[in-house]
Design a protein around this ligand. Structure first.
Ligand code: GLY
Ligand code: MN
Ligand code: MN
Length: 374
């Protein structure tokens, strides 16, 4: 609990009390005294005294900011406390206004501080190691889950406690299932392998996709689609600078990919008309990217309170992840492209001048990827 009075803020932390019997079964509890030292708060209390302590704190407060929508139980407690204070003649001040804290927090999460960016860089350094390791190890007849195990092993061994989301290791046609997490097939020579994996480091996410050939060398057809997606990704990253909207990046990416698909004969017709008819959505059905930070999909707004698209500002971090997914059974595209699913995803920091690709160290060009596979 943060209590702001004038210019000073005091922090109160509520923790489980010491309990030797419970600690025998479920592990050490710091208890209030040790927690105060450990977490450098002004006050620490046993959670069992929550109502009592809050009753006192609320008596001195005009406004209460709280997570009104998720923490129903605590909300109900606070409402009861505030209501009884309101009717207590001996109390002449208590909260009369209640604000949901979600929106201001989400606003604050839009712009990352230098410390936050440093943690994302660290997460990406580990994720880079994991992707390169997977490129090195992948070979025909291996199970997808073996690579998943290796990726998560690298995460944990490098100081990242966990993944930021469930690792996707999708070989061949499996890549055309966007959220393929079964990871139970065997890799086959000649197929592509799409890996979407990112670790979380000290609460901060990374979110990277690379697509590479199981046997280490792209076939001519795979290379054509891969370089088309890569060119689109590079062109979209090039557009990122303060003032640009995510919607603009989305529209541009759809045009770039639609034009690329016409060039390869995956779509036929006039690019503008195809985009107008949303024909490209069959092969690029998802968004070009999303905010990233404490969460892999950081829940920050994309529009302002008037519904207008937010403009990018320095310190924002987003993914750019174009993809093309052509199912094996799609008889409308040239045969050589069927079963190819490709996504290339990087994590981009908006800067004053433009942007910085925070994941630029991860192999991405055909030559870099083939070298990493070797
Ligand atoms: N890995 C989740 C995403 O790319 O959005
Ligand atoms: Mn993503
Ligand atoms: Mn991803």
């Amino acid at each position: 609990v943060l209590v702001k009075k004038g210019e000073t803020t005091r922090t109160h932390l509520f923790v489980q009390p010491k309990n030797e019997e419970m600690e025998l079964w479920t592990g050490v509890r710091l208890g209030a005294d040790a927690a105060k030292e450990r977490f450098e708060v002004d006050e620490a209390h046993s959670i069992e005294t929550f109502d009592e302590v809050m009753g006192e704190l609320l008596k001195e407060s005009n406004h209460l900011y709280f997570d009104l929508f998720s923490d129903h139980e605590r909300y109900s407690t606070l409402r009861t406390l505030c209501s009884s204070l309101l009717h207590d003649r001996k109390v002449n001040r208590s909260p009369r206004s209640f604000f949901d804290v979600t929106e201001p927090l989400q606003q604050m999460r839009l712009i990352k501080s230098d410390e936050e960016i440093a943690l994302i860089r660290k997460a990406l350094a580990i994720t880079q190691e994991a992707h390169h390791s997977a490129m090195r190890l992948a070979e025909p007849d291996m199970f997808e889950y073996e690579l998943q195990a290796n990726i998560e092993y690298v995460f944990k061994l490098s100081g990242a406690y966990s993944d930021a989301y469930t690792t996707i290791v999708a070989s061949g046609n499996n890549a055309n299932t966007l959220h393929y997490i079964t990871n139970s097939d065997t890799l086959k020579a000649g197929e592509l392998l799409l890996i979407d994996a990112g670790c979380e480091y000290r609460m901060y996410a990374s979110d990277i996709t690379r697509t590479f050939p199981v046997s280490g060398k792209f076939s001519p057809a795979q290379r054509e689609v891969y370089e088309m997606v890569l060119d689109a990704q590079l062109a979209v990253i090039d557009l990122i600078k303060p003032g640009v909207t995510k919607k603009f990046l989305q529209t541009e990416s759809e045009h770039l990919l639609a034009a690329g698909m016409v060039r390869l004969g995956i779509l036929e017709g006039d690019v503008e008309e195809l985009v107008e008819a949303k024909a490209h959505k069959k092969y690029f059905p998802h968004g070009i990217g999303h905010w990233m930070g404490l969460d892999v999909h950081d829940p920050c707004p994309y529009v302002d309170e008037h519904g207008h698209d937010l403009r990018l500002l320095p310190g924002m971090v987003m993914t750019i992840e174009p993809g093309i997914y052509i199912r094996q059974d799609d008889s409308t595209v040239p045969e050589k492209y069927r079963g190819i699913g490709i996504r290339i995803e990087d994590n981009i920091l908006v800067t004053k001048e433009g942007c910085e690709n925070l994941s630029a160290g991860i192999a991405k060009t055909v030559e870099e990827v083939e070298a990493a596979c070797r």
